[in-house]
Design a protein around this ligand. Structure first.
Ligand SMILES: [Zn+2]
Length: 187
């Protein structure tokens, strides 16, 4: 994905940016070392204090990232979260000791009791829980262009957005459909 996309509201955008640390279109990954993961989590205010981030943490974070991508893909049709992704996210929630916590204004919300990277990933999952509760989660989606798969926030009134950007991936899809129709009509 090369163009700009609409940010998700509030802290849900942190989830969108986390999923987009892997740019499939340009084959660049912002999370390839434990240090990069630590920097990212700190800049997103998910990790504080002294902690050591190791290769296992990085591996788990990447698995969680791809499970989130899979869960967001299901948001197109209101489909259930695929079983594999569900297992990964529930495992991460257990490691983070995600706990129902009474908040001052928003009722009971999941909050991580664990520290370190497990707690930071739990903080991301807590943002998912908050977004599910306030209805914004269903609009966070993955671009249906397989070579893109960029996370974007669907602001369309009908919640029918398919592409990260109409100008980029939407047009690519239209041109492909047009070429396919043309090929069919000439055979
Ligand atoms: Zn796209």
């Amino acid at each position: 994905m090369s163009g700009a996309t609409t940010p998700a509201p509030g802290r849900l955008d942190t989830v969108r940016r986390f999923v987009n640390t892997l740019d499939i279109d340009s084959a660049t990954d912002a999370l390839t070392t434990p240090g990069e993961l630590e920097d990212w989590l700190r800049s997103a205010s998910l990790l504080a204090g002294a902690t050591s981030v190791g290769p296992d943490d990085l591996a788990r974070a990447v698995v969680v990232r791809e499970a989130l991508r899979s869960a967001l893909t299901a948001n197109h049709g209101g489909d259930p979260i695929p079983a594999g992704a569900l297992a990964v996210l529930n495992d991460a929630a257990a490691r983070a000791r995600l706990t129902a916590t009474l908040t001052a204004r928003d009722g009971w919300r999941p909050r991580p009791a664990a520290g370190g990277v497990d707690g930071a990933l739990g903080g991301l999952l807590a943002l998912v829980g908050d977004a599910m509760a306030d209805g914004t989660w269903a609009r966070l989606k993955i671009c249906v262009n397989d070579t893109c798969q960029w996370a974007f926030y669907d602001e369309s009134r009908a919640r029918s957005g398919k592409w990260c950007s109409m100008q980029v991936c939407g047009n690519r899809a239209k041109q492909r459909a047009w070429r396919d129709r043309k090929a069919e009509s000439t055979t």
